[in-house]
Structure formats: structure tokens, C-alpha cells
Design a protein around this ligand. Structure first.
Ligand SMILES: Cc1cc2nc3c(=O)[nH]c(=O)nc-3n(C[C@H](O)[C@H](O)[C@H](O)COP(=O)(O)OP(=O)(O)OC[C@H]3O[C@@H](n4cnc5c(N)ncnc54)[C@H](O)[C@@H]3O)c2cc1C
Length: 416
């Protein structure tokens, strides 16, 4: 997206204007790189440029002012083609009236794109990709997999969404959030092409996708919250998304998909890409990380590829500095309230992990149920599927060592 999830006017408020200009430039560069790669490698991923629309959640003064401020900041950031438009309240455009239009956003099927990249990497450039190879240990230049295979390299890139090497210097710089998505059937003429998102906190966004079996689908996402904060509210979040979307895209019908996932929100709004801040302790190899993408992993991931490649090859990159994981966040960011909220969540999760736990016998568990079970010294997350098969996982989150929570959404428990 040309827009930044955290608003250009917020970046301008906390950083120098030069940083905001670079952020906008980095988005333009990432989208341009994807477009060029799609053409050069002949990747069929339905890539197209579309308009993005930021619209006020309501006509309240607060939201209208946000739109005005964002227009001014986006233009100052160098996105001079951003304008205010009136979409006329048309239901195929979410009954939106006034909105900010960001031309040139990228719309593509990320999995087709990834497949195309993997294909080119292996068949054209002669590299090798090893799937299902979980890294269990990193030790300087040595990286060891679950099966005991070892790879040695002078440069190691941890592109594992959140870095896997327990680096507090990184984990204290970003917060995990859970984000929700529903897919609703919608006729093609029920949706005017574009990407849409509102000014709510947390925000809502909309796109469409032609599904091979289910037809045209309105993808509606948002309702993010800090991971682990409201575990019982999952159903509610999906329902809220459905209601929000149906009241705007009135042709939207049955819900055919729902899922949720985690995003990592850097406390100072910018991706964390580049040399690991504690790299000096990793003798013998340089470690790089790519994380803190918020909901912008397609641009963030592309930028990570460009920046880290340049850094390994000793080339200058115009975006290295603004996204460096070693940067000092502006003092204006960490409010005492935020710090207290993060440490409360982490302390609670760690305490749950250390305390003796209620021991439920796995054998008593019913199909389509889940629980945390104490097995000797370890806590195990168990899910029993609709056929009664038991799936067990380590119940300790590798992020900061907190105990995870097991929630089985009603649409899964109804399967039984
Ligand atoms: C619901 C939802 C909607 C989103 N919508 C958008 C959107 O519209 N646009 C956008 O730009 N972004 C979006 N995002 C964000 C985007 O999906 C993520 O930021 C992006 O996928 C992160 O990419 P990544 O490669 O860093 O991590 P991932 O995609 O999570 O990939 C990390 C990989 O590392 C592997 N891994 C982890 N640990 C190990 C290990 N120990 N050994 C070996 N491999 C390991 C994992 O298996 C995985 O394959 C969305 C995210 C969510 C959750």
C-alpha cells in the first residue's frame, strides 16, 4: 500500500519530516520492485495497480480532521497525487462519501507471487529451498535444524516473522497483535475496485478476491487487539467485522471464510529491518532480522529483501537507517501507560508458565476441544480434532516464554 498503517501525520509528529519522506519513498520502491519482478519473471499473480481509499469511520469532527491532516502530511511526504474524492455513497464503494484517494496501490495474490518467486529462485537462479526444516538452534555461524542438520554461513537472516533467538532488544521494541479476517460472498458488481480502510482504532479494511471454488469474495479484516488480551472475544470480533462490512457493502452475503493471525507492531511505528542490535554477541556471523511489519508485510518483506541484500553486499541503501533495529525510538513514544500494559501482559504470561498447572487428563478430552495439559515438567497445548485425533504442541510461546492460551472457536467446536 502507498499509505502507511500508522498515518503519515503521526510519523511526521514523532520523527523528522525527512523520515516521513523516506517512508513514503520506501513504499513506492517496494511496490515498484514487486511490479518489476512480476514482469521480469513472468509471475502470474493477478498484479494490478488500484486506488486505495482511506475514509472516516463517521462524520464526526475528529475523523474528518484526521482525513484533512493525513492529506496534508501525505503530500508533504511526496505522495503528491493523493486527493480527496467523493465516492457518492455508492454501496459498491461501501456507501462512502468523502475519502482520501491513494493512487497506485498494489493488489495481487501473495501466495501466487511467492510461488512464482520460489520457482524463479530455484529454476532460474540455481538456489535451493529446504521446506519443513525447523531451526532449533542458532550459534554464531552455525544454524541447526530439528533433524540435526547444520548449516554454516557468515551471514544469517532471521526472516521468521518475529526473530527466534530470544533477543529482548527486539522483543521489547514490538508488540504482538491478533488480527481477524472474514470472507463474505459478494457479486462482482457489488464491489467497486479498490482497497478501502477506515479511521477507526483498531481499523477495518476491505479488498476482494476471486476464489477458484467460492466465487467472488469480499475480504474484510481488522479488529486487532494485543495478543492474549481478550481470548474469549474471538467470535465477537468476527461478528463485528461481518456487521461492519454488511452495513457498508450491502450486496455482501454469506460468510464463507474466517481466520485470524498475528502481526507485530513496532512501538515506534516503523519496521525493524537490518543488523540484529545484539549482533556483537553472536561471534563469527552477522545476524539480520526482518520484523515489525504491522499489517504491511508485503511492502515490509520486499523492503527487507532489498535492504538486507545491500547490507550484506556492503552497498548503501536509502532506507537502512530509518528501519534499523538499532535506532533509538523517539522519546515521545513509550508512554508509561503503554510500558505498564506490556509488562503486565508479559509478567502474567510468565507467571502462568512458572506456576504449577491444573492437570487435565488428555484421555478425557472430547473431539473439537482444546486445553493446556501438564505433562511432567512441561505444559502441552492439546487440540482434539473432529475425528478424535490428538495434536500436541509446546504450550510455551517462543516469543518471550509466556504460556499460550487455547481457544477453540465455536465454528470448530460445532463440527462435532
Ligand atoms: C490477518 C492478517 C492480514 C494481513 N493482511 C495484510 C495485507 O493485506 N497486506 C500486507 O502487506 N500485509 C498483511 N498482513 C501482514 C503480513 O501477512 C505479515 O506481515 C507477513 O506475512 C510477515 O512476513 P514474514 O515473512 O516476516 O513472516 P511469515 O509470513 O510469518 O513467515 C515466516 C516464516 O518463517 C518460518 N519459521 C518460523 N520459525 C522458524 C524456525 N524456527 N525455523 C524455520 N522456519 C521458521 C515460518 O514457518 C514461516 O514460513 C496481514 C497479516 C495478518 C495476520
Amino acid at each position: 500500500m502507498m499509505w502507511n498503517d500508522d498515518y503519515y501525520h503521526m510519523i511526521e509528529k514523532h520523527f523528522e519530516s525527512e523520515t516521513m519522506v523516506r517512508v513514503a519513498n520506501s513504499h513506492r520502491t517496494a511496490i515498484g520492485f514487486v511490479e518489476k519482478t512480476v514482469t521480469t519473471e513472468g509471475i502470474e499473480c493477478e498484479f494490478k495497480r488500484v486506488n486505495g481509499y482511506l475514509f472516516p469511520l463517521s462524520n464526526s469532527k475528529e475523523y474528518l480532521e484526521m482525513i484533512d491532516k493525513e492529506l496534508v502530511a501525505a503530500r508533504r511526504a511526496g505522495l503528491t497525487d493523493v486527493t480527496t474524492v467523493n465516492l457518492g455513497g455508492d454501496p459498491s464503494a461501501g456507501r462512502i462519501h468523502e475519502a482520501l484517494e491513494f493512487p497506485g496501490c498494489a493488489d495481487f495474490q501473495p501466495l501466487y507471487y511467492l510461488n512464482g518467486l520460489a520457482d524463479a529462485i530455484v529454476n532460474k537462479y540455481g538456489c535451493r529451498i529446504f521446506e519443513d526444516s525447523q531451526v532449533m538452534k542458532t550459534d554464531g555461524p552455525k544454524v541447526t535444524t530439528k533433524e540435526g542438520y547444520r548449516v554454516e554461513a557468515p551471514n544469517v537472516v532471521l526472516a521468521t516473522n518475529s526473530p527466534i533467538h530470544h533477543n529482548l532488544a527486539v522483543h521489547s521494541r514490538q508488540e504482538p497483535y491478533r488480527s481477524y479476517v472474514v470472507g463474505l460472498r459478494i457479486p462482482k458488481d457489488g464491489f467497486r475496485e479498490g482497497q478501502y480502510w477506515d479511521t477507526a482504532t483498531p481499523y477495518h479494511y476491505v479488498r476482494t478476491e476471486e476464489h477458484p471454488r467460492e466465487g467472488n469474495i469480499l475480504i474484510v479484516g481488522g479488529e486487532d487487539h494485543q495478543t492474549g488480551m481478550k481470548p474469549k472475544d474471538y467470535e465477537d470480533k468476527w461478528m463485528k467485522l461481518e456487521d461492519w462490512a454488511r452495513s457498508r457493502w450491502t450486496a455482501a452475503g454469506e460468510t464463507v471464510f474466517k481466520w485470524s493471525g498475528e502481526v507485530f507492531e513496532p512501538i515506534d511505528m516503523l519496521h525493524l529491518i537490518g543488523k540484529d542490535p545484539l549482533n556483537d554477541f553472536q561471534a563469527g556471523a552477522i545476524y539480520y532480522i526482518a520484523t515489525g511489519d504491522s499489517g504491511q508485510g508485503m511492502t515490509g518483506g520486499t523492503l527487507a529483501g532489498l535492504i538486507i541484500c545491500d547490507e550484506i553486499l556492503g552497498r548503501e541503501n536509502p532506507f537502512s537507517k530509518i528501519y534499523s533495529p538499532s535506532r533509538a525510538p523517539p522519546a515521545s513514544f513509550q508512554t508509561l501507560e503503554e510500558l505498564a500494559s506490556i509488562s503486565k501482559t508479559v509478567t502474567q504470561g510468565l507467571a502462568e508458565n512458572l506456576n504449577p498447572f491444573y492437570c487435565k487428563d488428555i484421555e478425557d478430552m472430547q473431539p473439537c476441544s482444546g486445553a493446556i495439559v501438564q505433562k511432567g515438567l512441561h505444559k502441552v497445548a492439546v487440540y482434539v480434532d473432529e475425528k478424535g485425533e490428538k495434536h500436541t504442541y509446546n504450550a510455551v510461546c517462543p516469543h518471550m516464554g509466556c504460556l499460550i492460551q487455547v481457544i477453540v472457536p465455536s465454528f470448530l467446536s460445532e463440527l462435532k
